[in-house]
Ligand binder design. Sequence first.
Ligand code: MTE
Ligand code: MO
Length: 546
Amino acid sequence: MPEPVPGPEPLSRGRAVLTGVLGVGSALAAGDLVAGLVSPPSSPFLAVGDQFVRLTPEWLKDAAIAAFGVYDKTALLTGMGAVLGVLAVLAGLVARRRPGPGLAVIAGMGLLAAVCTQAAPTAAPADLLAPAVALVTGVAVFAGLHRALGVTDPGRVRPGGGTRGAATPGAPPARRAPADRAEPSPGLRSALRDAPVRRRRALTLAGGVALGSLAAGAAGRLLASRAGAQTVIALPAVAIDRVPPPPAGVDLPGAPSWLTPVGDFYRIDTALQVPRIDPASWTLRIHGMVERELTLTFAELEARPLVERPITMVCVSNPVGGDLISTARFLGVRLADLLAEAGVRTGAEQLLSTSVDGFTTSTPVDVATDGRDALLAIGMNGAALPVEHGFPVRMVVPGLYGYVSGCKWITDIELTTWDAAPAYWTERGWAPRGPVKTQSRIDTPAAGASVPAGRVAVAGTAWALHVGITRVEVAVDDGPWRPAELGADGGADTWRMWRTTVDLAAGARTLRVRATDRTGTVQTEQEQPVVPDGATGWSAVPVTVV
Ligand SMILES: Nc1nc2c(c(=O)[nH]1)N[C@H]1C(S)=C(S)[C@@H](COP(=O)(O)O)O[C@H]1N2
Ligand SMILES: [Mo]
């Protein structure tokens, strides 16, 4: 008489979820390990994230900026992690009876990652390896665990008499089918006898997969972060045209450091993974509306006359009182010299710069060639550009917000018209030209601070870039504006520190600041949001005086 086959009992929910989570987790880890070894940008998770950033519709980016101030990567990665977690749980739950549907979910995720690596501007066929290994690992782990956990699942090895039911006091033995017999068959008896051993083995297997995935994922991330360290270069030891060192007194107590240490320099970009460029194979093409197209290698660029200038950079997303502003000594080649060599044709309105990662900026030709120190920078504060800030070459233009001037990892400059091609952020509703608006900020005391009544030191910074600050005033509540002491002038292309003391009586007080530029124009009181061309208004800092 043939052995009655136990019905296709589903995996318990917990085991199904475990199978899905470990299947997806091991796939990600294997993918990251291979990516770390072969090509960091091919990490399946990050490749999907990068493609998401590229495809994000304007309204969603605006919403993200509204919610997080800037296009926040942590928020994006957290959100992606949550979606992935849900998919992993679903992959397990849809496969409680048969592994097929779960395998389909995992394979689909692998294929999506593969497509995303190939959609990247830096795509190479070798980038398919990491998603392929991820897919194979995920499928193998999912199928293997599904089998191992299924065989020992108490729900699956329910013998005819219903041992689970019988073990429960008072519960009658569950008789499901006439074929069920009171005595377990020999096959089921052995399965029952072996069940605890197999169960232990299966759970050990699951634990091993979890630990192995964590180790592989960590190794992959470590390898990817080490890949960047190799791109450090020595700056050329040639005569460099430097401006004199800043006068004593550019720094004031309570104000930010006039020169920002590179590690503290604000960072904004759409890159989930920093592009890694080999300077030996880097080139810059200057073309479009020019008399002579130029293509420069890195060696050719750094062999040209180099200048070093302190320049303050600001992000257009910097709210009033915000800290998306920093200053560095940038070393580079004057952009105007290169443009003169290429011969800009009349009618060219913008420099459309393209980064190796596909990001673009539009810089007005008239601004780039008006005599200011617009640079193709290769160095920052005496060292090569850090990868996060555009290694090997970026553009820096004093007086313009970063989104229209600061192209990092730059490889292409096309001279063209405004109508021909909107740049990355202009396409998303921001203004094509982005002159920095005059602003001032209170750094000390901090907003919401408690300060003792009496004389209180107040300090901060102000900027009117490429124009210069000549006056900063501070007011308490609705009191009169009183001038602050200015730090030494480090150059019109940099911010200027200020400090003063005010008399504060106990209670809730508001400190306000406003700046006046070299043309005599007072910073506008009119409040405007960061979109489309930079925030305005007077910064107000509430303090509690005790
Ligand atoms: N390739 C690339 N370059 C970029 C960006 C970017 O997203 N990608 N962001 C721009 C913006 S909006 C700003 S404010 C500056 C910031 O430069 P930083 O990160 O070196 O401070 O870089 C600009 N250059
Ligand atoms: Mo920006």
